[in-house]
Design a protein around this ligand. Structure first.
Ligand code: IMP
Length: 436
């Protein structure tokens, strides 16, 4: 298997978990390169569903080495708990490798995430409140604490002292929150260091050596293209590089080592949190009316669109080809996995947004100006559906109804990327391989 980057091509929640789970066993290393426990997906283990937030899904395969790369932010308490949960289910974590350069989410990061959201009021980003943003802020501000610092008590205490001298006044005077002592944090965090120590490694060197020896790597992206700090709908984004380029900076593996870039796209689109969303079908409680509101409710219900990490109802809309083309460009997609196609069996006809319109101008490309995106009206093509035909048992492309194949081929044509994997249900077997 050549080395592959798997990325979300929309706003996250595209079904990366299922596709990762499907292909991960073909790779020798499965590597997380960005984000933290703001991600969440379920993997099937025997007859149980396990929720992973931080652990690379390679942990589920005995022969794969799961790696947490330098670009990830690690909440050590969450990681230790996740490892204990997996071990109790009979999944060994012994192969896990964690980069010493990954940054550590500290208690004050979580406090500040929540407090900052409150401060933003109606302009809230709708973060997962896991401390992701404040941790990346400290990384970029060069006052972060890394896994290697946590492993060295003397350095950890020293860095904490410096950072708390700055954090405590902010916590107390700006947000009216409680402050921390070095001792308090050490009591909680140093025991984590004992558990994680044997997993800490020079992961950049490990992966480059592995490539030299002919091993393959799956770079497992979290969140999605439009949540990328650079290429997403800023400021309504997460604080990391979720696009394919992040796989290099977040692991220390050069871009030439990447052979394929697989973008995961739902057959419609969803987003959680705030920010612009041109094809959104607003729910009645958000002011949506008529057909749009009922289509939105139907997508949410038929697609079970509730967050794994937060349980929040996801905002739903029709497939947006403007976004799909943009995702193809910024990630250099070689392939797409189209997921949740079965959900569209609930509709008479299916809309696809082919371009936007804003103040009399047509936009075929993703607009640079945020104000355009906020006011963009989708220009739709309406395609015949395959209402009430159950496609969840189809295992070969030819078994799909003609209207379904036409829908897929139409999407391929207007987005320019082959759809090599088609998912028609939540289970592993409910997948059609078309050249992957
Ligand atoms: P943060 O990553 O917690 O800082 O949240 C920033 C934005 O990214 C919010 O809109 C979140 O809802 C969104 N977000 C973060 N992680 C995910 C994810 O795994 N799926 C979908 N949205 C996410």
């Amino acid at each position: 298997m050549p080395s592959t980057v798997l990325v979300g091509a929309q706003w996250g929640d595209e079904g990366k978990g299922k596709i990762t789970d499907l292909i991960a066993s073909d790779y020798d290393y499965v590597v997380r390169f960005q984000g933290g426990n703001n991600a969440g997906h379920t993997v099937i283990h025997g007859d149980k569903k396990l929720a992973l937030h931080l652990m690379p899904s390679g942990v589920m395969y005995e022969d794969a080495v799961p790696v947490i790369g330098n670009g990830v932010v690690v909440d050590p308490g969450v990681l230790v708990k996740e490892m204990a949960m997996l071990e109790s289910e009979g999944v060994s974590c012994k192969n896990l490798r964690i980069s010493g350069d990954a940054h550590v989410i500290m208690p004050y990061h979580k406090d500040l995430d929540g407090a900052d959201e409150k401060r933003l009021g109606s302009q809230q980003i709708g973060t997962t409140k896991r401390g992701i943003g404040p941790c990346y802020q400290d990384k970029m501000g060069r006052k972060g604490i890394r896994i290697q610092d946590l492993m060295d008590e003397k350095i950890f205490r020293l860095k904490l002292e410096t950072v708390l001298a700055q954090k405590n006044p902010v916590l107390e005077r700006i947000y009216g929150l409680h402050t921390y002592t070095v001792e308090e944090i050490c009591d909680e965090y140093l025991p984590y260091a004992q558990i994680l120590r044997k997993h800490v490694a020079e992961t950049g060197q490990l992966l480059n050596d592995a490539l030299r020896e002919g091993s393959s790597i799956l770079f497992e992206g979290a969140q999605g293209t439009l949540l990328d700090i650079d290429h997403g709908t800023y400021p309504y984004v997460t604080s990391s590089s979720c696009c394919a380029g992040g796989a290099s900076t977040g692991t220390g593996v050069g871009p030439k080592a990447i052979d394929r870039v697989l973008g995961i796209q739902k057959a419609y689109i969803t987003r959680v949190g705030g920010g612009p969303f041109p094809t959104e079908l607003k729910f009645p409680e958000e002011g949506g009316v008529g057909q749009d509101a009922s289509d939105g409710e139907l997508l949410c219900e038929a697609g079970h669109e509730f967050g794994v990490t937060t349980g929040r109802k996801r905002r739903c809309g029709w497939f947006d080809a403007v976004i799909a083309r943009y995702a193809a460009d910024v990630n250099g997609l070689t392939d797409v996995a189209l997921t949740k196609l079965d959900v569209l069996s609930a509709f008479d006809t299916i809309k696809v947004c082919v371009a936007y319109e804003c103040e009399g101008r047509r936009y075929d490309y993703f607009p640079m100006q945020q104000s355009v995106l906020f006011h963009a009206k989708p220009i739709y093509e309406e395609l015949p559906g395959w209402k009430d035909i159950d496609i969840t048992d189809c295992r070969a492309y030819e078994e799909l109804p003609e209207a379904t194949r036409s829908y897929i081929e139409y999407l391929e044509e207007i987005t320019g990327v082959p759809m090599s994997i088609i998912s028609v249900g939540p289970d592993r077997e409910q997948t059609i391989m078309r050249g992957w």
